[in-house]
Design a binder for this molecule. Structure first.
Ligand code: AMP
Ligand code: MG
Length: 408
């Protein structure tokens, strides 16, 4: 039995770096950058008006109100063919280059046209006001996004502005998923006596996709070793093979013998955590093999804690783990397992502090309770209980930011 920390370190040490590939900008969302991105241009590329108004010389309007001669107009997308001299102003639009001679823009709301060729500037402006100077945000050649960054919409904007119609990202890890269990039937089926629907296949696939994987579903295998081996074989071409169920201590938990028979080398077969203790990890050739416990909450939690970081590591992501925060418990929790516990909980802000309330759960089979959680409260192995008002660590789950933040 290894500790949580040992198990995670073992998994991450085994996760190989995948090669990069070029994708079109519109396909880069959620991928991990495999290169530092340099801007091919200054941003802004020219001294740019930040307001609609008049480009002028700040000195001229120090004693405003002051009337200036209007010598023309500069629109966005035009290069100015005029220069602003003393006592002069040019009408200018947001996004237009500030013409030579001008050092500030007064916004149109603080001006009053006298006629077509004269304007009253109603208030003074400081030199540089409402002008975004060339290269003040980014200089040509600057690293604007670092390798290992997960591409989000803000990064998409930066890539676009930096001229990256194509971006170099890490290849998606191919993840094969095999579900096991004689009792498991397809989602579309009406379960017969003793049967339950396959929820792990879809949930594990969803978690893998959110972690950037290219998922291959291997179906559902019965609890017979030969059938398991046959079903596992196509997964050996994947970067990671994730198996659900069949790794506990029961007579029909045959995933380990089946994997061994195929040549797997296990690096651990039990972790001191709750839920998820039967988690199995090893290698089969180049393929990382994860045997997740079949209980739906155990499967989801162990995926999040171990498989997700491995998939992100393969893609070269800078951040591998979910954020961990300090929370105040609103309700006490018990941990008699003697193992490090991850309890489903809801975390919310209350008067500027993060507070947590455990979700009422029937245990590691209670997938409905897990779906009400947005975090996992972590209780260390040597802490048999934590009381209301005490502080604990919480792992924020992927849905945390989409939570409505309603009071607990
Ligand atoms: P196992 O790890 O195979 O002993 O399964 C533990 C529990 O999880 C049992 O109650 C199984 O019926 C349940 N289980 C196993 N696989 C799945 C699955 N794919 N979807 C939903 N529940 C499952
Ligand atoms: Mg089973």
């Amino acid at each position: 039995m290894v500790s949580f920390e040992e198990a995670l370190a073992i998994v991450l040490a085994e996760a190989p770096a995948l090669p990069g590939e070029e994708v079109a900008l519109e396909d880069a969302l959620s991928r991990v950058l495999a290169e530092d991105v340099l801007s091919d241009t200054d941003l802004p590329p020219f001294d740019r008006a930040a307001m609609d108004g008049y480009a002028l010389r700040a000195d001229d309007v120090a004693g405003a109100p002051v009337a200036l001669d209007v010598i023309g107009e500069v629109r966005a997308g035009q290069w100015p063919d005029l220069a602003v001299g003393p006592g002069q102003a040019a009408r200018i639009m947001t996004g237009a280059p500030v013409p030579p001679g001008a050092d500030a823009v007064q916004q149109v709301e603080r001006t009053q046209p006298l006629d077509e060729f004269r304007v009253t500037i109603l208030a003074p402006v400081a030199p540089g006001a409402n002008v975004a100077p060339r290269a003040s945000e980014v200089r040509k050649g600057d690293v604007v996004l670092a390798r290992g960054r997960v591409v989000d919409p803000a990064a998409i904007a930066v890539l676009a502005a930096a001229g990256k119609a194509r971006a170099r990202v890490s290849r998606r890890p191919v993840v094969a998923i095999l579900v096991t269990g004689d009792e498991i039937v397809d989602v579309a089926a009406v379960p017969g006596p003793g049967q339950i629907r396959n929820s792990n296949g879809p949930s594990v696939a969803a978690q893998a996709r959110l972690a950037g994987a290219d998922v291959r579903l291997l179906g559902v295998a019965p609890d017979r070793q030969e059938a398991l081996e046959a079903a596992l074989r196509p997964g050996l071409a994947a970067d990671a093979l994730v198996v659900s169920g069949g790794v506990s201590a029961g007579d029909y938990d045959l995933v380990e013998p089946a994997l061994l028979d195929l040549g797997a080398r296990f690096l651990f077969t039990k972790v001191a955590i709750k839920p998820g203790a039967p988690l199995v990890f090893g290698r089969l050739g180049e393929t990382l093999v994860f045997g997740l416990p079949g209980n739906p909450v155990s499967a989801q939690v162990t995926f999040d804690l171990f498989v997700r970081p491995a998939l992100l590591k393969m893609q070269g992501a800078r951040v591998l783990e979910r954020p961990r925060v300090s929370v105040e418990l609103r309700e006490g929790v018990k941990n008699r397992s003697g193992r490090k516990s991850h309890l489903p909980a809801r975390v919310a802000f209350d008067a500027g502090r993060l507070v947590a309330r455990p979700v009422r759960s029937m245990g590691s089979g209670d997938l409905a309770a897990h779906a009400r959680a947005n975090a996992l409260v972590v209780i260390e192995a040597d802490r048999p209980q934590a009381r209301a008002g005490e502080t604990a660590e919480a792992v924020l789950l992927g849905n945390f930011l989409e939570d409505d933040g309603a009071p607990l």
